[in-house]
Every structure is written in C-alpha cells, then in structure tokens.
Design a protein around this ligand. Structure first.
Ligand code: ADP
Ligand code: MG
Length: 229
C-alpha cells in the first residue's frame, strides 16, 4: 500500500441485520486512491455504492476492515477528530443534495469555511467565486427551495470544493444536471485534479462521465473490480 494514498481501504465489509437474517452488502472491498486521481464507481442499483461511499467518508461504520483518509485510520479517531479531519480533507456531494434549507446558496457554500474558522469576508469571497465557477453567480441570495434540482446539485458541488479538500466523494452528482452543466462539472474536476491534486471518487450511472475518469471500478457482489468495458 502506498503511503501517499489520499484514501485507502482494506478488506472493508458491511452487513445489516434484517430480523433473523444477515445481509452482507460489502465483503472485502480493496481500494487505493492517489492524489489527483479521478475514479468512477459503477454498479447496479442496490449494489452498495452509497453504503461504500458513506463508510469511506466516515459517515457510517464498517462491520469489518479499515479506512485511511489522508493518512489517518478513521476507526482510530474520536468522533470529534473524525469531524475535524472530514472538514479539512474531504468534500462530500450526496445523492440528495442535503443543503441547509434556511440558508442561501452563498451561506451554504460558506459553511465549511466558517466551521474551519476562515474569516467571514474571505469565506464569502471564496464561496461566491466558486458559485460563479459552477454557473450560479446570479443565484447567491437564493435559498434551496428557490432553486432547480440541477442548481441545488451545483451548490452542493461548490460546497464540497470550497475547502480545497484532498479528496471529493460524489454520489451520483450529475443525475439532475443537463448535459452542458454536467460537462462543466467534469471540466472543473479535471482542472482541480491537475492544478490542486484533488482526488475525485464518483459514483455514477452516467457512462459518459465514467469514461472521462482515470479508472472505472464496478461494485459487484460486494467487491470492487476493475471495469474494462
Ligand atoms: P446503491 O447506492 O448501490 O443503490 P445502497 O448502498 O443504497 O445501494 O444499498 C445497498 C443495499 O444495502 C441495499 O440492498 C439496501 O437495501 C441495503 N441497505 C442500505 N442501508 C441499509 C440499512 N440502514 N439497513 C438495512 N439495509 C440497508
Ligand atoms: Mg446510491
């Protein structure tokens, strides 16, 4: 295993108890992501893609195995330390955007910076620059309910990128986006992977998007395998 890896997991497993039955969703997932790498995960609905992403991002606890994020083993950290590490090193774009409904687009994107103690003027400047980058310069004062599905998803992407994390995990980010906007997000990912060595791990149904990545992995029967299709 490379000690440069921004994310890795070994023998990762997850089971759910359903009454008397144990359902094994993940069994022995192995993964290593280097700085600046862009990797797609594909797999049929219910194959465990969201479950895997949640464990890699420290949002859920594995039944077996370990995850290392930016050199730290997640299970060795306290809840508080894990939160700090996530704020510093990780951006997460959820399948359903999870924006805060009471706050504007600009405030939602500022949030990770303010949690990280960035001064408010600088936070607003960086957040609005990024919102302009994703084509939402005209939507800064709007709340999520006043935005379309695709616009909300772009706010969520800006929020995930604003801390300049080493790694961004995205769960089906382009599902709601038209082709032009989806293309813009792909270009942004490519640019950041080169200029800032940001790594991207993206779960997607979008074959077009998957093909743009450096590698494609398929989640099947609880394991990740290289996809050469
Ligand atoms: P995907 O994102 O690939 O569509 P998920 O990771 O959402 O798949 O779900 C994988 C499987 O795990 C599904 O069969 C789902 O029903 C099951 N599952 C997910 N979360 C839970 C849970 N909290 N309790 C029981 N089963 C779950
Ligand atoms: Mg899912």
């Amino acid at each position: 295993m490379s000690d440069k890896a921004v994310l890795s997991c070994r023998n990762l497993g997850k089971s759910y108890e359903e009454g008397p039955q144990t359902v094994e969703v993940l069994s022995g997932v192995e993964l290593e992501l280097l700085p600046g790498e862009r990797v797609a995960i594909i797999g049929s609905s219910g194959s465990g893609k969201s479950t895997l992403l949640n464990m890699l991002g420290g949002l859920d606890t594995p039944s077996r195995g370990s995850v290392w994020l930016a050199g730290e083993e997640l299970s060795a950290l306290s809840e508080k330390q894990r939160g700090l590490l996530r704020n510093r090193a990780l951006g997460f774009v959820y399948q359903f955007h999870h924006l805060l409904p009471e706050f504007t687009a600009l405030e939602n994107v500022c949030m990770p910076l303010l949690i990280g103690k960035t001064p408010i003027a600088e936070a607003r400047e960086r957040a609005s620059a990024l919102l302009k980058r994703v084509g939402l310069g005209h939507r800064l004062p709007h709340k999520p309910a006043e935005l379309s599905g695709g616009e909300r998803q772009r706010v969520a992407i800006a929020r995930a990128l604003v801390n300049q994390p080493a790694l961004v995990l995205l769960d089906e980010p382009t599902g709601n986006l038209d082709q032009h906007t989806g293309q813009g997000i792909q270009e942004l990912m490519l640019e950041l992977s080169v200029s800032s060595q940001t790594a991207f791990l993206v779960v997607t149904h979008d074959v077009q998007l998957a093909r743009q990545m450096d590698r494609v992995l398929r989640l099947e029967e609880g394991r990740l395998i290289e996809d050469h299709a």
